[in-house]
Every structure is written in structure tokens, then in C-alpha cells.
Design a protein around this ligand. Structure first.
Ligand SMILES: [Zn+2]
Length: 74
């Protein structure tokens, strides 16, 4: 009858593993403004140009072109 009731949650300091403060997108050093991205790359993420880890999909070029055209038309 082992009742384990002493979970270590009395720590007042939250455990922060990720201390990065710059955008997760490849090669970007801008400051994070939303989620893990800067303004520009957050837009990319919303458009599916990069995933939440800042990685580009294999059809990135196509998507990027499409996004640029869309932006220019706006
Ligand atoms: Zn960025």
C-alpha cells in the first residue's frame, strides 16, 4: 500500500528549459514577439511557411512565392 503523495511541486520557481529569446526561424535573430517567432515569422507560421519549430517544409519555395505575391497584392 504505497501511497506516493509527495510530488515535488512546492518549488516556487517554474522550470524553464527554453531560455532563447530570439525568433526560432532559421537564421533569424530578431526578438520574439509572438509564440516563438518575431512578427514576420509568426506570419510565416500562420501561413504554413514554417512549422512551430521554425523549420521549412519541402515545398517552402512554392509557398513563399505564393505568400510574397499575396502580400504584394494586399
Ligand atoms: Zn524571425
Amino acid at each position: 500500500m504505497a501511497k506516493d503523495n509527495n510530488a515535488p511541486q512546492s518549488n516556487s520557481q517554474p522550470r524553464v528549459v527554453q531560455t532563447s529569446e530570439s525568433c526560432m526561424a532559421e537564421g533569424c535573430k530578431k526578438k520574439i514577439t509572438r509564440m516563438h517567432f518575431c512578427d514576420e515569422h509568426f506570419e510565416w507560421y500562420k501561413e504554413g511557411l514554417i512549422n512551430k519549430r521554425g523549420e521549412r517544409p519541402s515545398d517552402f519555395d512554392k509557398k513563399h512565392q505564393h505568400w510574397l505575391r499575396k502580400k504584394a497584392a494586399a
